[in-house]
Design a protein around this ligand. Structure first.
Ligand code: NOJ
Length: 750
């Protein structure tokens, strides 16, 4: 025993001295330190490190049982301990009284802000802006670390192609490239320059993997993902996250091709560790280990633990199969102690990188660093950059003296405006559109008419219609309450809920122009009302400063800067829908499309003109991926490529001129797409390969240059070979995924 403590103290001292900057500490000395601790640990101590204990953030007292478990080294990390006194007390017990004096990590779902809430992730994804994504997660890390949180379960990197899925709100959208660049930015913001900095928090790339592909958008459902699809669409954001050293990865709830992700050796060992060289730790999702029983993959808890352990899952969230069964499983030879040692090493490595051995306690200088002026200003900027203007019949922006009728259930809904996964943001700090309009002193009257988004009552309609008569313009703030999206909150119909559509239709009859603002956790199908309104602005759930951002956009102090990170569907029946689909043998096209109302009654069945479409809504989304308007217009011209043919070592330079042809300065997101025309497996009709933000004064022209190399054109084929293939490529540069100027080139092997 004496020897054991002696070694640890030496080890800790050693690392304390060298840890002023862990990034400069050699990997060897880190590994030696980890090995020295490991060599002193009993099997029970090791199992303790794999235990992520869940607690309730509302707990008023610290239970003696929890303290005792920490004292005995039975806990490696804690989730949702939200009183700073409790964090300090538990950490003190861990570092002073537990057998190996190993510090705890305190975790929390800090998803899109801690106290200062930023737009929900699908909103932030609409910014296509890595700087704002990084600053938002930096602010979240500063605020969260001030109360002792050093680990967040974010970013969620699940590609989502189905807006019925409630968690699309948390997703980076449908495109692997956009998701990869944004994911990296979030991680940089959370983890800072070095994890060792007390305001840095370990990020968690989740949910590994395929969670967004759940059948029918029903949460937790089955996924069927062939390996090339996994590697070409779902894996890239995770690979990007590992490229910049994300500290942790969370397994997903779903099964993939019959094997739950949490017990999936191929995914966790072959891909994540052997191929992608991940050296942080993997955490299961909440109870996802024991859920393998309900999946029909494990026969009982012990078996679930065995499957997870042998698959290479390091830390168990909330369920206790490791705590209760791992020792026995090792004694029975069903799991090797070597495997457990690997888990502990992976976990200690992250604790070490976080600097916890040297500085286990929160930085008191950073205490309660909430809602600072610069945090709020980043939140407002993020909301402006996330807002997507979908329609504008010369209505927006409004002039300050326009008489506005401000209507709708989300015009003053401070809680809902923050969106899903907001545990710590307080509605008292939220600026709603109503408050922002008041503060800006614009000419408006507020008539809520519906109390919440699901309100079915039409009792206020008459009064509302009478009172808009003296207004020039109606600003209707519609949408979904926060609780209608997020985990387990999928919807089969994604129209505006309650009586919102009926009210919009009634208001349209007054002849007053209508600006429809949508605050929601997903795209909302608007086919029934799109012609009743003159402008449509999507603000997603825009967070703490959403009201101020909207007020500035509506009155033209700023323009909406977002572009869609997904295809906006016409109807839920069209889902899943994504722009980067394959062509099929019968691609849909305008010439062949016949609407069901144009088919003669009694028509013979014939295969002429049959292609891949719906008889009732056609084959296009309401708005394509990448789409969004601003307050000015841009002209794309003079697309030029540097060569017609490039080899595998050459770059193709793509040049285009963009002119602001409108009346005010504005921003454009110039997008580059390619198509690999013929492949050894069929290839998407377009794939995003790059984008640039440009700001142009009215009348100004700028050139934008993109670089394409064979590296960018690689994909994984049916033989699991990742390569670019010789052949013809098309490329487009344009404002969204369904337009742009086109060119083509040839990629040749030699
Ligand atoms: C379940 C969710 O799927 C996951 O994203 C979250 O991080 C955990 N619960 C912890 O709250």
């Amino acid at each position: 025993m004496i020897k054991k403590y002696y070694i640890i103290i030496i080890g800790i001292t050693l690392i304390s001295c060298s840890q002023t900057n862990v990034s400069t500490t050699s990997n060897n000395s880190q590994e030696q330190f980890i090995d020295s601790i490991l060599s002193t640990m009993s099997i029970d101590d090791k199992i303790g490190q794999t235990n992520l204990r869940g607690t309730s953030s509302r707990a008023k007292t610290l239970s003696e049982e929890l303290k005792e478990d920490v004292r005995q080294g039975k806990v490696g990390a804690l989730l949702n301990v939200m009183k700073v006194e409790f964090v300090d007390e538990l950490q003190k017990i861990a570092v002073e009284e537990s057998p190996n004096k190993i510090p705890l990590i305190f975790a929390r779902d800090v998803v899109h802000g801690f106290k200062t809430i930023f737009p929900i992730p699908i909103g932030l994804a609409s910014s296509w802006d890595t700087e704002i994504a990084e600053s938002s997660s930096r602010v979240a890390a500063i605020e969260a670390s001030s109360v002792g949180i050093r680990w967040t379960f974010a970013p969620m990197l699940d590609i989502a192609r189905d807006s019925r899925w409630g968690r699309i709100a948390e997703s980076p959208g449908e495109d692997p490239y956009l998701a990869s660049v944004l994911g990296k930015a979030y991680i940089k913001g959370f983890q800072g320059d070095s994890l060792n900095n007390p305001t840095s928090i370990a990020a968690c790339a989740k949910h590994y993997i395929g969670y967004g592909a759940v059948i029918g958008g029903r949460d937790y459902n089955t996924t069927i993902i062939p390996e090339p699809l996994l590697r070409n669409v779902y894996l890239p954001p995770f690979k990007a996250a590992l490229d910049i050293d994300v500290a942790t990865v969370m397994t997903s709830f779903n099964e993939i091709n019959g094997i739950p992700a949490t017990g999936n050796e191929f995914l966790l060992k072959d891909v994540l560790r052997d191929e992608l060289k991940f050296n942080g730790f993997v955490v299961s999702d909440w109870d996802s280990v024991i859920e393998m029983i309900a999946h029909g993959y494990a026969k009982d808890e012990k078996h679930a633990g065995e499957l997870a352990a042998n698959a290479g899952m390091d830390m168990e969230m909330t369920s206790k199969t490791y705590e209760n069964h791992l020792k026995k499983l090792i004694q029975e030879g069903k799991v090797s102690e070597q495997q457990l040692n690997e888990f502990v090493k992976n976990i200690l490595r992250v604790k070490l990188k976080l600097g916890l051995f040297k500085t286990p306690y929160r930085d008191k200088k950073n205490e309660a660093n909430f809602y600072k002026k610069e945090h709020l200003s980043i939140a407002k900027e993020a909301a402006i950059k996330s807002s997507v203007l979908l329609k504008n019949k010369d209505l927006l922006p409004l002039s300050k003296n326009t008489k506005v009728a401000l209507i709708g259930p989300l015009a003053n809904a401070p809680l809902d405006q923050m969106g899903t996964w907001t545990f710590d943001g307080e509605k008292e700090h939220t600026v709603t559109p109503l408050e922002a309009f008041k503060k800006a002193n614009v000419d408006f009257k507020y008539i809520p008419s519906l109390t919440h988004s699901r309100d079915q009552s039409t009792s206020e309609f008459k009064k509302t219609i009478n009172s808009v008569k003296n207004s020039d313009v109606i600003v209707f703030i519609a949408g979904e309450e926060a609780i209608l999206s997020g985990e387990a909150h999928s919807r089969a119909s994604i129209d505006l809920p309650g009586a919102q559509e009926s009210l919009i239709k009634e208001l349209a009859k007054t002849g007053k122009p209508i600006v429809l603002v949508i605050m929601a956790g997903r795209p909302i199908t608007i086919s029934n009302i799109i012609n009743d309104v003159d402008a449509i602005l999507m603000s997603w759930h825009p967070g703490t400063m959403g009201g101020s951002a909207l007020q500035e956009i509506i009155y033209g102090l700023r323009e909406p800067e977002g572009r869609l990170p997904l295809s906006w569907p016409k109807a839920a029946g069209q889902l899943p829908y994504f722009y980067n689909h394959k062509n099929t043998g019968r691609p849909a096209n305008k010439e062949d499309y016949v609407s069901m109302y144009d088919i003669p009654v009694g028509a013979w069945q014939s295969s002429l003109g049959n292609d891949s479409h719906y008889l009732d809504i056609g084959y296009k989304p309401q708005f394509p991926f990448g789409y969004g308007l601003g307050y000015t217009d841009f002209k794309y011209s003079n697309l030029q490529i540097s060569k017609d043919t490039i080899n595998f070592k050459e770059n193709l330079m793509v040049n285009i001129s963009i002119t602001n042809t409108g009346k005010r300065p504005g921003k454009e997101i110039v997008q580059l797409y390619t198509q690999d025309v013929v492949g050894s497996i069929t290839r998407p009709i377009r794939e995003l390969k790059g984008f640039e933000h440009i700001y142009l004064n009215n009348g100004e022209t700028k050139e934008v240059t993109f670089k394409i190399s064979a590296e960018k054109l690689k994909f994984t084929n049916h033989k699991n070979v990742n390569t670019a293939e010789e052949g013809d490529f098309n490329l487009w540069v344009g404002p969204n995924s369904s337009s742009g100027l086109k060119s083509s080139f040839y990629l040749k092997k030699k």
